[in-house]
Structures are given as structure tokens and as C-alpha cells.
Ligand binder design. Structure first.
Ligand SMILES: NC(=O)c1ccc[n+]([C@@H]2O[C@H](COP(=O)([O-])OP(=O)(O)OC[C@H]3O[C@@H](n4cnc5c(N)ncnc54)[C@H](OP(=O)(O)O)[C@@H]3O)[C@@H](O)[C@H]2O)c1
Length: 322
């Protein structure tokens, strides 16, 4: 199986940050953008796993421009330290908010900051990361939030985002992806508002936002259909066999990365879009329709206010969006 199933437009000169880059979709997204010439900052919580990912990429592309950045997105201190290091570097052209807990715990756990752990990992860490780095993004940068089909399969309770009253493993995952999607579209709305205000103040007709916030979802992408990469993806024979049985409705993570790479690199991409595989669970990148809940401005504003309070920082998009 090739790591590079489809060609990627040149990314030379572009700087990319990928969270959760040491495995799965984040790894293949990083490898493919690096092959296309981007400088890729691979972020993850474990230095050894990050080193294995970099070694794997350099094993294929010795000249790859890659570096690592340790961030545990479940810890706000770790995120703040990572933001400080990013602010010392060149502005980012693409940020892929990919890190996530996919296999969520059966019982409710809390992060070091006292937030429900899946929410902390899949939502709040990225919100804080973005809040810190948004002023440092390059013009026309793309912020790509990884969405999920689970957003179509669960209700959403803005009154219990910490799941104190109603935790279960599936709800924790689905709620986190709905919340992350709602924040991605809320960011797009705020960026557009800032751009419109700025245009009106100088009598200009229309402007595009300074930064594009959009969603890419990878369908159903599983390890056992993914190339073996030492230290990165080493499914057992049993997992390969079990995953082969799912092949009619599943793809490898290297193929799931097609949609994310498209969102990062293709010309026909802009803020507010929702990209996914053409056949929902698999297939080439295709523009899709997000759920009404994730696009609802009232829900977006509520989740935004909740996230600001949870991370203890206001996020002034209007000031940086112009
Ligand atoms: N696979 C799918 O079918 C699918 C479908 C829809 C959406 N998604 C989304 O796609 C993203 C990646 O999923 P995947 O299938 O590639 O999962 P994966 O193979 O389990 O990879 C998850 C990545 O996130 C990292 N991560 C987890 N917790 C972290 C933390 N606290 N701090 C920093 N990094 C952390 C993991 O690092 P460690 O190795 O250290 O754990 C790993 O690098 C997730 O956001 C997921 O919700 C996946």
C-alpha cells in the first residue's frame, strides 16, 4: 500500500502544524504534506512516538522538512507552553486540529484541569491552542478541524458539556466532535464578521476572511487497512483480519487523510466548508453538508462562551480577523 495514493499540490514555502501527528490520520497527513514540500511541525504528547514518526517520514523522504513539538492537548499548561514555542517560529499557513481520543473510556475521567477528559482532549486543548496562535497565523491560513460522522448520530446538550449528569463513552466522543465542529463554524462566522466590519470601515465592497476555518472528516478509517509503519502503525494479524471484514465500508487511515490533505492543499477550499469522503465512509474528497446543529449560530456562540470560560481566556477574533 502506498502512503501517497493521490498527488498533492506543491506545499513548498508553507508551514503546517498537525496535532496528534505521531499516529493515524495525523501521521499520514503530515507525511503527505511534507512530501509535497511543506515544513511540518508534528505535534504529539510523547517524544518517543514523535521521534518514531519523524524517523518514518525521513526514511521515505530524507530531505523532509519536519520537526516535533510536544503538546499534550489534554493539559492547558502543556498547550500554553506549546503556544509559546510556536510564537517564536515562522507564522503557520495551515493548522490541522487532529489529535483526539477515539477509544473513549467507559467511565467519566477528568483532565489535570478538571474538565471531562474527552472534551478536554478533543475540544478544549485545541481551542486554547488556536486562541494563542491565531494572531500568529499567516494571511489566508487554513484552520482544519477534524469532524466526524458521529456528529450525525447523537443529540447535543449544551447544558451538560462536561457530561456530569449523562456520561457514556459514545456520548463523550460524539458530543466532543459536535462541540469541535460548532466551534470551527463559529470561528468562521467571527472571522467573516471581522472581515466585513473591516471592509465597511474603509468603504470596500467585500473581503475574504484573513483566516479560513473549515472541517474535514475522514469517514471511517481503520488501522488494519492502513500500511504498516514501524513505531507508528503496527496492527496485529488479528486486527488486520477483523478490519479486512469491514473493508466494504471502511478505508485505511492513509486514505482517510486524503480529505484532510485536500482541505490543506487544494485550491477549491475556503472557510465554512465541510469536506468528507464522497461515499460518506470512504472515497475521494467531496464537499458535504454539515449537521444543522454544528452550523447553528446560537449553539456555536454557546459552546464558544463555554470554551472561553473553561480555558480561562477570551479569544478576540475580531482583533486578529481584519
Ligand atoms: N479514524 C476514523 O475513522 C475517524 C473518523 C472521524 C473522525 N476521526 C478523528 O480523526 C482524528 C484522528 O483519529 P485517528 O483515527 O487517526 O486516531 P488515532 O490513530 O488514535 O490517533 C490519534 C492521535 O491523537 C493523539 N492524541 C490523543 N490524545 C492526545 C493528547 N492528549 N495530546 C496530544 N495528542 C493526543 C494520539 O497520540 P498518542 O499516540 O500519544 O495516543 C495520536 O497521535 C481524531 O480527532 C478523530 O476523532 C477519526
Amino acid at each position: 500500500m502506498t502512503w501517497y495514493p493521490t498527488p498533492t499540490p506543491s506545499q513548498a514555502g508553507r508551514a503546517v502544524l498537525v496535532t496528534g501527528a505521531n499516529a493515524g490520520l495525523g501521521f499520514f497527513t503530515s507525511a503527505r504534506l511534507a512530501k509535497a514540500g511543506a515544513h511540518v511541525v508534528l505535534s504529539g504528547r510523547d517524544p518517543d512516538r514523535l521521534a518514531a514518526a519523524v524517523a518514518a517520514i525521513r526514511g521515505r523522504i530524507p530531505a523532509a522538512s519536519v520537526e516535533t513539538l510536544v503538546i499534550d492537548v489534554a493539559s492547558l499548561d502543556s498547550v500554553r507552553a506549546g503556544v509559546d514555542r510556536l510564537l517564536d517560529r515562522a507564522p503557520l499557513d495551515t493548522v490541522v486540529l487532529n489529535a483526539g481520543m477515539v477509544h473513549t473510556p467507559a467511565t467519566r475521567h477528568e483532565s489535570v484541569d478538571g474538565h471531562e477528559l474527552v472534551l478536554a482532549t478533543n475540544v478544549l486543548g485545541h481551542f486554547a491552542l488556536l486562541g494563542g496562535t491565531l494572531p500568529h497565523l499567516a494571511p489566508a491560513a487554513r484552520v482544519i478541524t477534524i469532524g466526524s460522522l458521529s456528529t450525525r448520530l447523537s443529540t447535543f446538550r449544551t447544558g451538560d458539556l462536561q457530561l456530569r449528569r449523562s456520561y457514556d463513552a459514545w456520548r463523550a466522543y460524539a458530543q466532543s466532535k459536535i462541540a469541535a465542529s460548532a466551534l470551527a463554524f463559529e470561528l468562521d462566522r467571527r472571522l467573516r464578521r471581522a472581515a466585513t466590519d473591516a471592509a465597511e470601515s474603509v468603504g470596500a465592497a467585500s473581503v475574504t476572511p484573513r483566516v479560513h476555518s473549515l472541517i474535514a472528516h475522514p469517514g471511517y478509517s481503520i488501522s488494519g487497512r492502513t500500511p504498516r509503519v514501524p513505531g507508528v502503525n503496527e496492527p496485529t494479524r488479528v486486527e488486520r483480519f477483523a478490519d479486512a471484514l469491514q473493508s466494504p465500508f471502511a478505508q485505511g487511515k492513509h486514505r482517510g487523510a486524503d480529505v484532510i490533505v485536500h482541505a490543506a492543499a487544494a485550491d477549491d477550499v475556503e472557510g465554512g466548508q465541510f469536506w468528507g469522503p464522497r461515499y460518506e465512509v470512504k472515497g475521494p474528497p467531496s464537499l458535504g453538508t454539515p449537521t444543522r446543529t454544528s452550523r447553528d449560530p446560537a449553539i456555536g456562540a454557546a459552546v464558544w462562551a463555554f470554551a472561553e470560560e473553561a480555558v480561562g481566556a477570551a479569544f478576540d477574533v475580531e482583533a486578529v480577523g481584519r
